[in-house]
Design a protein around this ligand. Structure first.
Ligand code: DQQ
Length: 644
């Protein structure tokens, strides 16, 4: 971080006008003012602003963290004491540790998902496209494979797939972020300037919002970042707890000629999104309405808010609005570590938003990903007119294993996000097209018959780096009117019912003693109409069953899944990206998505295979597939020589 004490004067749009008191109005929650809490929180807020006293917290933290490089681990989940979501599978410390070999642990590292060279990563931050480069920032612990010492890691890519590691962009070196440079977002200004707002965890453990900007916006790599000298620019307003105020979004520009942004908070267990307005990114005005609030959903982290086109097939700039536009509100629920979204209408006149379907409101309806997935963030890619979404995929193994392997966490393959014009109820997420540049040889299978209770091997060679596209047709056996007796995913793929489960077994060994089924299960089928899932009484579940993915006991293994809309004329379809210890699965063009982590002990390297299976009792399956081997994306350290 260069020029940290520089004044902000060389970025004209950031010129401070008069210092003004902001954010001091009491907040309204469902009609009742919470000013009663105001004075207490105001005092706490002010305490946060006490001038940094020169204590070298940074070095102290470094020393403390050396302890994390041995096999010590916490039974208290990391992060919780600091007011952010749990960052470790501490419950696994109760389980007998498995005797992981180096070969097993090395195999778990991915080949084309973004992960740092070493150590811990969590939320994606910033993202932006600038002068030919995609920039990904991420919550990073430079010292250990567990959460802590959070700074902003930084990597760049020409294509969202091949990455170059750069030096950390924002480190925690000032009183206003000494306990952590937490999540935040970039806003691109019309003049080519870039502003970054991020949450700082102060020396007094208060969450504040800080401003940073590139030292030289003409540098395509944006190597050096400057912190605004008079940070913080926002402090918790009255009524809001000092640890319930974080993760500013990208700002959007409105007809009032102001930039508007939102950030996550909570009041009385109601998750909510505060709205701030600014003209210069230094002075902020707090709206007296929330963007939205949902009772009982707890603290909202990493709120994301963006427009989607209901007719078009391109993404929209964050400031887009008007006819033909709906807005997506996403919150990461601190209580459950799940990312929920809803589609609705943004009322720009008072900066409020309501969901199209109140029964599918944020936190109680749809999830971006029904697997291991959290703290996602999207950005508008002006290079390809698309909205691109990142999500953080935590580990499902133990902290001990993470420390042994020396790294923890991945980012998803970036996904494009579109409104689903056909259903009108959900988003479509799909891996960015650039992933296809990794495709090597392919195998095609047409209408393979899979009878009830059978498994069919797919002879494709190595099965650890794959891009799989599959379609399934159903043939009803026996008479119609068969009654189904299992709803949803059931207890997993072992539970048989009339119309499911059927699908793919990924990262499986020949003995089928380790396997991960990715499957559909239908609640009903046929009804005398056609060969597809046509009736309104049919609901289709899409699931991933990790329970037999590994013989190791110290791994969290779950059955993930949800319903997926299937329209009358559609076949059941699947896209699966397999990359060692991560499997990302997309059903029906990305209406329902599941990311899962697998840590096999035997189904690794050449022993990892791919199968079809049908464990339904009353249907035959005909499966057509195209499967590509995927190349590795070589990630180069900085410095590098750009040959493009
Ligand atoms: N992670 C960051 C916070 C955010 C949380 C801290 C979500 O800013 O709320 O590392 O995982």
């Amino acid at each position: 971080m260069e020029g940290i004490e520089d004044d902000v004067g060389h970025v004209p749009l950031l010129e401070a006008e008069e210092e003004e008191e902001e954010g001091r109005r009491p907040l309204r929650l469902r009609g009742s003012y919470l000013g009663i809490f105001g004075s207490t929180v105001f005092l706490v807020s002010m305490a946060a602003l006490i001038i940094y006293q020169g204590h070298d917290y940074y070095d102290e933290a470094k020393i403390e963290n050396k302890g994390n490089n041995n096999n010590n681990y916490n039974k208290v989940p990391r992060g919780v004491a600091e007011g952010v979501s749990a960052k470790s599978n501490s419950f696994l410390s109760e389980t007998t540790p498995y005797n992981w070999t180096n070969a097993m642990l090395s195999w778990q590292r991915t080949a084309f998902h973004f992960q740092p060279e070493r150590n811990w990563m969590n939320d994606p931050n910033g993202p932006l496209f600038h002068k030919g480069w995609y920039h990904l920032f991420y919550q990073y612990n430079p010292f250990s494979a567990v959460w802590g010492n959070i700074t902003w890691g930084h990597a760049v890519s020409r294509d969202l797939i091949h990455w170059l590691y750069l030096p950390e962009a924002i480190v925690r070196d000032m009183w206003f972020d000494i306990n952590g440079a937490w999540s935040g977002s970039a806003t691109l200004l019309p003049g080519g300037e870039i502003v970054m707002l991020y949450t700082g965890y102060t020396h007094q453990q208060v969450q504040v919002q800080n401003l940073a900007y590139p030292a030289d916006a003409s540098d395509p790599l944006l190597l050096n970042w400057v912190k605004y000298a008079k940070n913080p620019v926002m402090v918790p307003p009255p009524g809001i707890g000092p640890n319930d105020f974080r993760d500013p979004t990208t700002a959007w520009f409105g007809p009032d000629n102001k930039w508007t942004l939102t950030l996550g908070s909570m009041l009385n267990d109601s998750g909510l999104s505060l709205v701030y307005k600014t003209t210069d990114f230094i002075n902020y005005e707090l709206n007296d309405h929330f963007l939205h609030v949902v009772p009982g959903t707890g603290m909202w982290e990493c709120v994301d808010f963006y427009p989607v086109s209901i007719n078009g097939s391109v993404g929209l700039d964050t400031s887009a609005n008007g006819p033909g536009v709906k807005h997506v509100l996403k919150a990461s629920l601190d209580d459950t570590k799940l990312d929920y979204y809803a589609i609705g209408t943004y009322f720009i006149e008072n900066d409020t938003w309501i969901p199209d379907d109140p029964d599918l409101d944020v936190g109680i309806g749809l999830r971006l990903d029904y697997g291991k997935y959290y703290a996602s963030k999207s950005f508008y890619d002006q290079n390809k007119q698309r909205r691109v979404l990142w999500g953080w995929i935590n580990e499902s193994d133990s902290e001990v294993a993470d420390i042994t392997k020396g790294w923890a966490s991945l980012q998803t393959i970036p996904r494009t996000v579109l409104y689903d014009k056909k259903t009108g109820t959900n988003l479509l997420q799909w891996p960015v097209e650039e992933i296809e540049s990794l495709r090597l040889s392919s195998h095609e299978f047409k209408e393979l018959l899979v009878k009830p209770g059978t498994v069919v091997p797919l002879h494709i060679g190595p099965a650890t780096q794959l891009d799989i596209i599959a379609e399934f047709e159903i043939e009803l056996l026996g008479s119609e009117g068969i009654v189904n007796n299992v709803e949803g995913c059931g207890v997993g793929a072992v539970e048989r019912s009339a119309f499911g489960p059927f699908g793919i077994l990924a990262i499986a060994n020949d003995q089928l003693s380790e396997l991960t089924p990715i499957y559909f299960r239908l609640s009903n089928y046929g009804n005398g109409t056609s060969t597809t899932t046509t009736t309104t009484t049919t609901s289709t579940s899409f699931c991933v069953d990790e329970t037999r993915s590994s013989k190791a006991p110290d791994v969290s293994k779950q059955v993930f899944g949800s319903k997926v809309p299937v329209l009358n004329d559609e076949k059941l379809s699947l896209r699966v990206l397999v990359d060692h210890s991560i499997i990302e699965s997309f059903a029906q063009g990305g209406r329902t998505v599941i990311s899962s982590r697998v840590y096999p002990t035997e189904a690794i390297y050449g022993a990892a295979r791919l199968f079809l299976f049908n464990n339904a009792t009353d249907i035959n399956i005909k499966a057509s597939l195209k499967i590509w081997q995927l190349n590795s994306a070589f990630i180069r350290p900085f410095p590098f020589h750009d040959t493009q």
